[in-house]
Design a binder for this molecule. Structure first.
Ligand code: BES
Ligand code: ZN
Length: 960
C-alpha cells in the first residue's frame, strides 16, 4: 500500500525538470498526433503544442491554487476513448479521446478551470475547447485558453460571464500517451504462450483521472459518466457500469469494435476505470441478481485461479449489504487481476482492480497466507463500494476515514466469508501494532488533517500511510466496541442513507453515530462521540495507561519511543485522551471503566497479592498498558503456569507492550525478555507472531554484535518444542495442520528453527529444495512452506541455487509463486549475486516496475544485502525519483526498508547526509519515512548504550 509524502520547497527544481519533460512529451505527442490523424476519423483532428506557464510562488490567481473554485459543478460527462495497443510510426503507444462535460454555473464567473494533465488538446479556432450554452443560453466566447502545468489545469478565460443556475457544455478532443507508468490510462504487458500481450488499464486515485480526460478531478465533484470505448476486434472493453451495446464498426477505414456503457451512478472521478484486454472471466449471479465476474489472463482463468475470489465475493457482498443495511448500489460487480498494478488493489466502483496476488489463488501453488490476503483485500475493496464510493469524503484530508474504515471492516467481511480463520483477532497484529510503531514517534501526525493543509498531488499521496490505514482502523474498532457493534452499524447505515451519492466530512459520521447512541436506551457515554473521538483523531500519538494495583491509581501519558524526545506539535487536548478500559481481574471480566483525566483512583483496580489485573481486554482500545512491578510479576507467573486464562490476543499484547515499554525505557528490558519465557508452552499464532516481530527487531539490532550468539542459543531453546510439536502432528513435515492459523504457526516454527539452527531443520529444507532442483516440473514442497524453504536453501547455497530460483521465477505462471521466489532470491549471502539482483530491479524486463521497490526492500532485510541496498538507493535516488514521479507513493516503503536496521552513530550520520545531499531532488512520499528513520535510529543508539549489556547477560544466563 502507498505510504505518504508531501511536496517540499526543494522540489521546485525537480518540478521544473518534470515540466520540461512534460513539454517534450507534449511536443512528441503532437508529432505523433499529426501522424495519427491521417489514419483516424475526422473527429480526432488537429492538435498543436500547448503553451505551458510555470506557477509563480506568490500568485493569488485562481489557476495557481490547487483546489477548484466553487463556481461550477459538473453534472455529467460523455467520454469516448480509443487506446491503440500497437505502436504507432513513432514507436509510441497512444490513446485518443473526445469528451464533453455538462456543468452548472453556481456563481457568476468568466473563468473555467478543469483538470487536465499530459493531454494534448486539439485546438479549435485558436482555443483548446469548445463551449456551448444549453437550453437556449448563449455561452460567452472564449477569450484565451492555456495549460497551467503546476496545478494541472486547462484554463479557459471567457469574454463574458457564465450565468448562475444555467448549464453549459464544454467539449474537448485530445491525445495522450498510453505509457507503462501505472498512472491514469496506461498500458501493461505480459507474456502468454510465448507471445507478448498488451492491455490498456487505469488507475485514477488520487489525481490521475485528469491524465485520461479533462475533468473536475476532486472527490466531492461527483457526476454521471457516459463512457464509450473503441477497441480492437477480439478484445473486450470494461468500465464501471454494464456494457449496453457492443458493435463492430468501421472508423476511418479501420475495422474495430465500439462498446457503449450505461450511465454510471453519480460518482467521483477517482473511481472511474476502463480496461481493454483479451482477458476472460468466470461469473455468477448473486441472490438479488447482481452479476459478479472475475476477470484475468486466459491461462489464469483456465487454471481456475479465479474460483476462490468468485466464491468469496458473494458472501462478502451479502455481509456488507446486511452490515450497512443498504443494497449493493450497482447492477454488476467486476473484479479484475492485472499483471502490472501499483497498489494492492483499487476500489473502482463496479470494476475493482487487483494485483494478481491479491485476487488469484491456485491451491497447488498458493499458500494459505496468499488465500488470506485475497479474502482480506477483496473484503476491503468491496467495503469501499459503500463506504468511499456511495458516500465519499469531500476532500483528501479525510482519507483516513475512507481507508481506516475499510481497513477495519475488511476483517468483519473476511470473517463472514471464512468464519473459522480467526480473522477479527488478527487486526491487532496488522493494524493496531503496526500503527503503534509509527505513532509513538514525535514525527507522527494526527489522523485528521485540516482541509487547507492538503493540496498538491504529493500532499494527497502522502495521506495513504500507516496512520490513515492502521490507526484509522484501530480507533474505529475501539469506537465500534465502546458503542457496541449494533449501535455503530445503526448510525452508519443512517449516515450512508443520508449522504448516498454525495460526499461528507468526518464530523457527519460522528453526528449520525451520536444520534444512534441517543436513540438507544441503556448506552451511556461520559462525553459525546465528537468529544471522545476528537481526542483520538485531532492529536497524534496514543497513551500508555499505567495501573498501580497497590493503590488502584490509573494514569495516562503520551507514549513516546524516545523518552526524552521533544514534541513540537501542540495539541489542544494536551496529549490526554478519554480512554475506554475493558479489563479483567484474575481471569474474571469486570465492568468497563473510562479514564477521563490524567490520573484517577479506580478502587476496583486495587487488588490483593494473589490477584492480577489485565487491562485493555481483547485489545479493543488503542493504547498500551503498564503496571506496577508486582502485577507484572503475577501476570508473568500466570503466563508460565496456565497461559490460557489470558485471552490469546492479550498474550500478544503483553509481549508487544512489554517490549515497547522497554524500548521506551519505561520498564526494564529483562522484564520484557521474560515475557518470552512462556513461549515454550505457546501454540497459538497471534502471540508467536507478536513475539517474532519483537525478536526480529532484536535480531536486526544485535546480529552484528556479540549478543547474537547468546540470543540465538536462547531462541533455539524456546522454539525447539514448537518445531518438534509440528514435526509430530504433521507426520514429520509431510502434511500441514488443518487449522488455518495453526498453519501460520507451523511456518513460524520452521523458519525460526532453521534460523536459530535447531537440529534437523536446515537439513530438511535443503533436501526438499535439492529434490526440486533435480526434478523441476515436480515441486513437492507444500505451498505454505515454500517461502521459508526457498529462502533457507538459497541462503545456504551459491550461484547454482540462485540461478535455479531465478529460472523458476521467470517461468512462474502463478503470481503468488513468483513473489515467493522473488523474495527468496534476496536471501543469498553472496554479495555479487545480491548486487546483480539489485541491478535487475532497474530492468522492467527482469523485475516488473510494480515489484522493483519491494525487491530492494527484501534485499535490505538480509544482513549482507542491507548495506548494498542502501548504497544502491543512495546512488540512484535521482533516477528513482524521476522514474516514478514526484506523486508516487512508493518512496516511503523504500526508505523504511533500506534503513530498517540502522542503529549506530555512523549510520545516523549517513542518513543525515543522505537527507542533505538530496534536498534538491526531495523525497516525495519518503519525506516522512526519512524523518521517522532518523528518529528511530537516534532512539536505538541511545537505548543500546544502556541496554546492550543487560540484554547480553540475560541471554547468556537463560541459554546456559
Ligand atoms: N484505495 C486504495 C488503493 C490506493 C492506494 C490507491 C494508494 C492510490 C494510492 C485501496 O482501497 C487500498 O487500500 N488498497 C490496499 C489494499 C488493502 C487491502 C489495504 C493496497 O493497495 O495495498
Ligand atoms: Zn482502501
Amino acid at each position: 500500500m502507498g505510504k505518504g509524502y508531501y511536496i517540499s520547497k526543494h522540489l521546485a527544481t525537480a518540478a521544473m525538470v518534470l515540466a520540461a519533460i512534460a513539454l517534450v512529451t507534449i511536443i512528441a505527442l503532437s508529432v505523433v498526433y499529426n501522424r495519427e490523424k491521417s489514419k483516424n476519423a475526422a473527429k480526432f483532428s488537429k492538435a498543436t503544442t500547448l503553451p505551458v506557464f510555470p506557477t509563480p510562488k506568490t500568485s493569488n490567481e485562481p489557476w495557481d491554487k490547487y483546489r477548484l473554485p466553487d463556481t461550477l459543478s459538473p453534472q455529467y460527462y460523455n467520454v469516448t476513448l480509443w487506446p491503440r495497443l500497437v505502436k504507432n510510426a513513432n514507436g509510441m503507444y497512444i490513446f485518443t479521446g473526445i469528451s464533453g462535460v455538462m456543468f452548472t454555473c453556481e456563481k457568476k464567473t468568466d473563468l473555467i478551470l478543469i483538470h487536465s494533465n499530459k493531454l494534448n488538446l486539439t485546438v479549435f479556432k485558436g482555443h483548446h475547447a469548445k463551449l456551448t450554452g444549453l437550453s437556449g443560453v448563449t455561452a460567452p466566447a472564449i477569450k484565451t485558453t492555456w495549460f497551467q502545468s503546476e496545478t494541472q489545469y486547462l484554463v479557459i478565460q471567457l469574454e463574458g460571464k457564465l450565468k448562475p443556475g444555467k448549464d453549459y457544455w464544454l467539449y474537448t478532443e485530445f491525445t495522450g500517451e498510453l505509457a507503462d507508468d501505472l498512472e491514469g490510462f496506461y498500458r501493461s504487458e505480459y507474456m502468454e504462450n510465448g507471445e507478448k500481450k498488451i492491455i490498456a488499464i487505469t488507475q485514477m486515485q488520487a489525481t490521475y483521472a485528469r491524465k485520461a480526460f479533462p475533468c473536475f478531478d476532486e472527490p466531492g465533484m461527483k457526476a454521471v459518466f457516459h463512457i464509450t470505448l473503441i477497441h480492437d476486434r477480439g478484445t473486450t472493453a470494461l468500465s464501471n457500469s454494464q456494457e449496453i451495446k457492443t458493435e463492430n464498426v468501421i472508423i476511418d477505414g479501420m475495422a474495430i469494435t465500439r462498446t457503449i456503457f450505461g450511465p454510471t451512478k453519480r460518482m467521483s472521478t477517482y473511481l472511474i476505470a476502463f480496461v481493454v484486454s483479451d482477458f476472460t472471466y468466470i461469473d455468477a449471479k448473486d441472490k438479488k441478481g447482481v452479476l459478479v465476474r472475475i476477470w484475468a489472463r486466459k491461462k489464469a482463468i483456465e487454471d481456475r485461479q479465479g474460483d476462490y475470489a468468485l466464491n468469496i465475493t458473494q458472501p462478502i457482498l451479502e455481509f456488507f449489504e446486511k452490515y450497512y443495511n443498504t443494497s449493493y448500489p450497482l447492477s454488476k460487480s467486476d473484479q479484475i487481476a492485472l499483471p502490472d498494478f501499483n497498489s494492492g488493489a483499487m476500489e473502482n466502483w463496479g470494476l475493482v482492480a487487483y494485483r494478481e496476488t491479491a485476487l488469484l489463488y491456485d491451491p497447488r501453488t498458493s499458500a494459505n497466507g496468499n488465500k488470506q490476503r485475497i479474502v482480506t483485500v477483496v473484503s476491503h475493496e468491496l467495503a469501499h463500494m459503500w463506504f468511499g464510493n456511495l458516500v465519499t469524503v469531500k476532500w483528501w484530508n479525510d482519507l483516513w476515514l475512507n481507508e481506516g474504515f475499510a481497513s477495519y471492516v475488511e476483517y468483519l467481511g473476511a470473517d463472514y466469508a471464512e468464519p473459522t480463520w480467526n480473522m477479527k483477532d488478527q487486526t491487532i497484529l496488522y493494524d493496531l501494532q503496526s500503527a503503534f510503531a509509527v505513532d509513538s514517534l514525535t514525527s507522527s501526525h494526527p489522523l485528521s488533517r485540516k482541509e487547507e493543509e492538503v493540496n498538491t498531488p504529493s500532499e494527497i499521496s502522502e495521506m495513504f500511510n500507516t496512520i490513515s490505514y492502521s490507526k484509522g482502523a484501530a480507533v474505529l474498532k475501539m469506537l465500534s466496541e465502546f458503542l457496541t457493534e449494533s449501535v455503530f452499524a445503526k448510525g452508519l447505515s443512517n449516515y450512508l442513507k443520508q449522504f448516498a451519492f454525495g460526499s461528507s466530512v468526518h464530523s457527519d459520521l460522528w453526528e449520525y453515530l451520536q444520534k444512534a447512541v441517543d436513540q438507544t436506551p441503556g448506552i451511556k457515554l461520559p462525553y459525546s462521540v465528537h468529544e471522545i473521538m476528537n481526542r483520538w483523531i485531532l492529536q497524534m500519538g496514543f497513551p500508555v495507561v499505567t495501573i498501580d494495583t497497590r493503590t488502584g491509581n490509573v494514569s495516562q501519558k503520551h507514549f513516546l519511543l524516545e523518552p526524552e524526545a521533544v514534541v513540537d506539535r501542540k495539541s489542544e487536548f494536551n496529549y490526554e485522551w478519554f480512554v475506554p478500559i475493558k479489563w479483567m481481574k484474575k481471569g474474571q471480566v469486570q465492568d468497563q471503566l473510562w479514564l477521563l483525566q490524567k490520573s484517577a483512583i479506580h478502587k476496583p483496580m486495587k487488588v490483593s497479592k494473589n490477584e492480577w489485573v489485565l487491562a485493555n481486554l481483547h485489545v479493543s482500545g488503542y493504547f498500551r498498558v503498564n503496571y506496577d512491578l508486582g502485577n507484572w510479576e503475577r501476570l508473568l507467573s500466570q503466563l508460565e503456569s496456565n497461559h490460557q486464562v489470558i485471552p490469546v490476543v492479550n498474550r500478544a499484547q503483553i509481549l508487544d507492550d512489554a517490549f515497547n515499554l522497554a524500548r521506551a525505557s519505561i520498564i526494564n528490558i529483562t522484564l520484557a525478555l521474560r515475557t518470552t519465557k512462556y513461549l515454550l508452552h505457546e501454540r497459538e499464532y497471534i502471540p508467536w507472531e507478536a513475539a517474532l516481530r519483537n525478536l526480529n527487531y532484536f535480531f536486526q539490532l544485535f546480529d552484528r554484535s556479540e549478543v547474537y550468539g547468546a540470543m540465538q542459543a536462547y531462541l533455539k531453546k524456546q522454539v525447539k518444542p514448537l518445531f518438534e510439536y509440528f514435526g509430530t502432528i504433521s507426520s514429520n513435515w509431510t502434511t500441514v495442520p488443518s487449522g488455518h492459523t495453526d498453519q501460520f504457526t507451523q511456518i513460524i516454527a520452521l523458519s525460526l528453527a532453521c534460523s536459530t539452527g535447531v537440529e534437523g531443520c536446515r537439513e530438511l529444507t535443503r533436501s526438499w529444495f535439492k529434490k526440486w532442483m533435480q526434478n523441476p516440473p515436480n515441486n513437492a514442497i507444500h505451498p505454505n512452506l515454500r517461502s521459508t524453504v526457498y529462502c533457507n536453501a538459497i541462503a545456504a547455497g551459491g550461484a547454482e541455487e540462485w540461478n535455479f530460483g531465478w529460472q523458476m521465477f521467470q517461468k512462474a505462471t502463478v503470481a503468488a509463486e513468483a513473489v515467493k521466489l522473488r523474495s527468496a532470491l534476496a536471501c543469498t549471502k553472496v554479495p555479487w549475486l545480491l548486487n546483480r539482483y539489485l541491478e535487475y530491479t532497474m530492468n522492467p524486463e527482469k523485475i516488473r516496475k510494480q515489484d522493483a521497490t519491494s525487491t530492494i526492500g527484501y534485499i535490505a532485510s538480509n544482513i549482507i544485502g542491507q548495506p548494498l541496498a542502501w548504497d544502491f538507493v543512495r546512488a540512484n535516488w535521482d533516477y528513482f525519483f524521476k522514474l516514478y514521479g514526484t506523486g508516487s507513493f512508493i518512496f516511503s516503503g523504500l526508505i523504511r526498508d533500506v534503513t530498517y536496521r540502522f542503529c549506530t552513530p555512523f549510520e545516523l550520520s549517513q542518513l543525515k547526509r543522505f537527507q542533505k545531499d538530496n534536498a534538491e531532488t526531495g523525497f516525495g512520499s519518503g519525506t516522512q519515512a526519512l524523518q521517522q528513520a532518523i528518529e528511530k535510529t537516534t532512539a536505538k543508539i541511545k537505548w543500546l548504550e544502556g541496554n546492550k549489556e543487560p540484554v547480553l547477560q540475560w541471554f547468556l544466563s537463560e541459554s546456559a
